[in-house]
Design a protein around this ligand. Structure first.
Ligand SMILES: Nc1ncnc2c1ncn2[C@@H]1O[C@H](COP(=O)(O)OP(=O)(O)O)[C@@H](O)[C@H]1O
Ligand SMILES: [Mg+2]
Length: 234
């Protein structure tokens, strides 16, 4: 499979599980199939505790599937060594979480630059230009020198979106990115997230409780009883 033609994300028969201290295994998803093309967005909904965060961690190579296969940009990543998984995460995947976890003592610009610092071979000037462009894409041009505490919750979450996108990831994984925001601020953050993904042709998987958020995405699936249910097209 060549990289250009391959979906950004492909899963076949994926099992998602959590090993428990007791030695037992909690299985949260079985036989999951997923295809996500470049520039497409998928909402994953489901009741609290059904395994959405664990699924996202598996798709983001933070944990390994217990069965099934997973590909990222055509490369099989089902059982890649940890070092390769870390490199792939850094170069190809952007994460946004509910608690956007900005570093309080760093400026907005330096927060956005954090993923670049971990990546090799990027000139500081180019990195700053990329970070400023991402801030502009989320409507925060001119906010570079502020500290996180000088921003509203929605603005902080937009900084987290800029940070997730600064290295030009092919895949953005967002775990309830609007969960801590009021409805209209959440819609604003989602609009910026989707616009920024669209601009860079990144695919996005967004875990959400919010139907309005889910409806703004291209596709939607509900994780229920360990399976992904897609709505029957009208
Ligand atoms: N490390 C862990 N140890 C024990 N149980 C866990 C662990 N991680 C997740 N779980 C359990 O797995 C279930 C699914 O968790 P999670 O993926 O966070 O669900 P969701 O994001 O849909 O709310 C929950 O019941 C949770 O308590
Ligand atoms: Mg969760």
């Amino acid at each position: 499979m060549t990289e250009g033609a391959a979906p950004v994300l492909r899963a076949r028969g994926l099992d998602v599980h959590v090993p428990l201290r007791s030695g037992e295994v909690l299985t949260l998803g079985t036989g999951l199939d997923l295809d996500l093309a470049r520039g497409r967005s998928l909402a994953v909904v489901g009741r609290s505790g059904c395994g959405k965060t664990t699924l996202l961690a598996t798709l983001g190579l933070l944990r390994r599937p217990s069965a099934g296969r997973l590909w990222l940009m055509g490369e099989e990543v089902t059982a890649v060594p940890d070092a390769r998984a870390a490199r792939l995460r850094n170069a190809r995947i952007g994460f946004v979480f509910q608690d956007c976890s900005l570093v309080a003592h760093l400026s907005v610009l330096d927060n956005v630059l954090l993923p670049v610092e971990y990546g090799a071979h990027v000139r500081r000037r180019d990195a700053r230009r990329a970070a400023s462009a991402q801030l502009e894409a989320v409507g925060l041009a001119g906010f570079e020198r502020r500290r996180p505490r000088q921003l509203s919750g929605g603005e902080q979450q937009r900084v987290a979106v800029a940070r997730a996108l600064v290295r030009g990831p092919q895949l953005v994984l967002a775990d309830e990115p609007t969960g801590a925001l009021d409805t209209s601020t959440g819609e604003d953050v989602m609009a910026h997230l989707l616009a920024a993904c669209r601009q860079s042709h990144a695919a996005a998987v967004v875990v959400t409780h919010d139907d309005t958020v889910a409806c703004a995405l291209d596709e939607r699936a509900e994780l229920r009883d360990g399976a992904l249910h897609r709505p029957v097209p009208a």
